[in-house]
Design a protein around this ligand. Structure first.
Ligand code: ATP
Ligand code: MG
Length: 571
């Protein structure tokens, strides 16, 4: 490709709309342009890089035995009603109407479509295992589209769905995808860590997210340097001490705490009740019914864990008026002592605690000498707290660290939720009808592309790995007059590299050397071949790997050198 013929609108200034470095570089390097918030056009170079990521994904999915197909983005709402997600997914569902005013939805994911397909096409254990995938556009009505391609309204996902006849086979399918994902991200030049992920209402241990550590990430990951334990904080646990060595000192006693409505205030004089000796009482509405949630005063609720405990994701914190109607007091004075009309969910850390202080369900009053079990009837014990950095690793006891990260992929064992709802049944070996056991596996292809930039850049621009660079080599002649020796040498190298199958771009613009060098660093081509009059007079050209050191060598050795650099990076 000749630079002058394509469109690479590089920008000197950082666009005000971009907050994180990869978003700035996507725009500055002329890879994408915003149409409006959450919607982007891929320009020629951005599309080339995207296609390379897609190709890596495709090769590894094929290698793992998955079968590529392509499903419609436009979907009938009936299948969403059938799976039960028409309601639960309504916040992200884009809905459109046709000329007859019939409603359609734009697919945010494709479990419903693939399971409908499989219900019609697969009816025997002999036809399994099967894993189908596609690389396709998804639509999600995100509350806060931001950071460019990271969280968009329309984005490209690779989604795969496995169907197995037995649980063991389903686990094997899961592990195949897990391994394929590790290869995919490694080939994209990304350091992505598999971490244990929340399984929501489904439970189970088969869910991992692939996380790219980055300050700009929207997720938090707890990890242990000692044993390699890594989990999304939504899922992470720690080996914190559960119970304090206190003995019961008396009966529950009500005392006045005028104006005290926070854990912090109660820990101050004149009360001086340490946060760890307080019980925090939260009121939530689960499927519209109030429930009480108890945590130690110094702990925070983890809503992902609450989903598992409640068995539904349909819940929210109650409003002040709703709380008052339920308990007769306002937030800050709430407690569970003597509450028998509501289910009480308590965090494991409170088990067997005594000498605790909690709200009295009367504004301006608290209760002390509270003993869980004696004074509070807990219906459900569960791990409900968020882990904190510095707590002990649940596996080896070393101190946990917490780091921000970008989720680029997710593997998940679904079980039979969709196959039961959509009748994807098959006859097993003994002729009995069973639901297929499913797994689903997603990679945010466009997000992955941006994550590569987030992880690989310097002050001058992007540092593409060869595997996803829009062009591998940028040939930069400093004189572009067609008859000049410099341009003729550039043309020769360009032709030879292209002949060898190398993706090369010839910077044939009549621009100052500084501009050309800056642009090629900004776009981040892995190898630059610079050709100037002075060195060419000595028969030499200059080769500079992006982020590496410049070497001068004979012009007729240039192609060989480039090929060996490419071979080295592949090896
Ligand atoms: P997130 O928690 O970031 O919203 P998710 O759990 O909704 O992600 P999945 O439904 O598992 O994501 O989708 C699979 C992959 O698609 C994610 O791992 C992520 O890489 C990508 N993805 C999800 N939402 C978006 C989005 N709005 N824009 C770009 N990529 C996305
Ligand atoms: Mg999401």
């Amino acid at each position: 490709m000749r630079w002058s013929r394509t469109l690479i609108p590089t920008l000197k200034e950082t666009p005000a709309e971009a907050e994180i470095v990869s978003h700035k570089l996507l725009l500055r390097a002329g890879l994408v342009r915003k149409l409006t918030g959450g919607l982007y056009t891929f320009l020629p170079l951005g599309l080339r890089a995207l296609r390379k990521v897609e190709q890596i994904v495709r090769e590894e999915m094929n290698r793992a035995g998955a079968l590529e197909l392509l499903m419609p983005a436009l979907q009938p709402p009936e299948i969403w009603q059938q799976s039960g997600r028409y309601e639960t997914a309504q916040e992200v569902l884009y809905k459109v109407r046709d000329r007859a005013k019939k409603e359609w939805v734009l697919g945010p994911t494709h479990e419903e479509v693939i399971t409908t397909l499989v219900a019609g096409e697969i009816n025997s254990y002999r036809q399994m295992p099967k894993n189908f995938y596609q690389i396709q556009v998804k639509f999600r009505d995100e509350i806060r589209p931001r950071f460019g391609l990271m969280r968009a309204k329309e984005f490209i996902m690779k989604d795969a769905y496995s169907f197995d006849a037995t649980d063991e086979a389903a686990q094997a399918s899961y592990h195949k995808m897990y391994d394929a994902y590790a290869r995919i991200f490694q080939r994209c030049g990304l350091k992505a860590i598999p971490v244990e992920a929340d399984t929501g209402v489904m439970g189970g241990k088969f869910s991992h997210e692939f996380m790219v550590p980055a300050a700009a990430g929207e997720n938090e990951v707890a990890f242990c340097d000692g044993c390699g334990y890594a989990a999304n904080v939504e899922k992470a646990t720690s080996a914190v001490e559960k119970c304090c060595d206190q003995t019961i000192e008396g009966e529950v006693e009500k005392f006045a705490t005028p104006g005290v409505v926070t854990i912090e205030a109660l820990s101050q004089p004149p009360y001086e009740v340490p946060a760890a000796r307080q019980i925090k009482t939260l009121v939530y509405l689960a499927a519209s019914k109030p429930v009480l949630i108890l945590l130690r005063g110094d702990d925070q609720l983890n809503e992902a864990k609450l989903t598992g405990a409640l068995g539904t994701a349909t819940f929210r914190a109650a409003e002040a008026e709703e709380i008052f109607a339920t308990l007769g007091a306002h937030p800050g004075s709430l407690g569970a002592v003597g509450v028998t009309h509501l289910p009480v969910y308590a965090d494991e850390r409170l088990r067997e605690t005594v000498e605790m202080t909690t709200g009295a369900n009367a504004d301006g009053f608290h209760l002390r000498h509270v003993a869980i079990g004696r004074d509070i009837q807990v219906a459900h014990w569960a791990d409900l707290r968020l882990v904190r950095a510095g707590e002990a690793c649940p596996k080896c006891g070393k101190s946990l660290k917490i780091q921000r990260a970008i989720e680029v992929g997710h593997v998940f064992k679904l079980g039979t939720k969709y196959s039961l709802a959509m009748n994807a049944l098959f006859l097993d070996e003994s002729g009995k009808q069973q639901p297929a056991i499913m797994g689903c596996y997603g990679i945010g292809v466009t997000r992955t592309l941006q994550a590569v930039i987030e992880q690989r850049h310097d002050d001058n621009g992007i540092i593409w790995p060869i595997s996803v660079a829009p062009y591998t080599v940028c040939i930069t002649p400093l004189n572009t007059a067609p008859e000049s020796a410099v341009m003729q040498c550039a043309e020769r190298i360009y032709a030879e590299l292209t002949e060898c199958g190398v993706d090369a771009i010839l910077d044939d613009r009549n621009e100052r050397p500084g501009v050309k060098f800056k642009d090629s660093e900004l776009v981040g081509f892995p190898i630059r071949v610079g050709i100037g009059e002075k060195s060419l007079a000595k028969g030499e050209v200059e080769i500079k790997p992006r982020g590496g050191t410049l070497v001068s060598l004979k012009a007729d050795e240039a192609v060989e050198k480039v090929l060996s650099l490419i071979a080295d990076s592949a090896g």
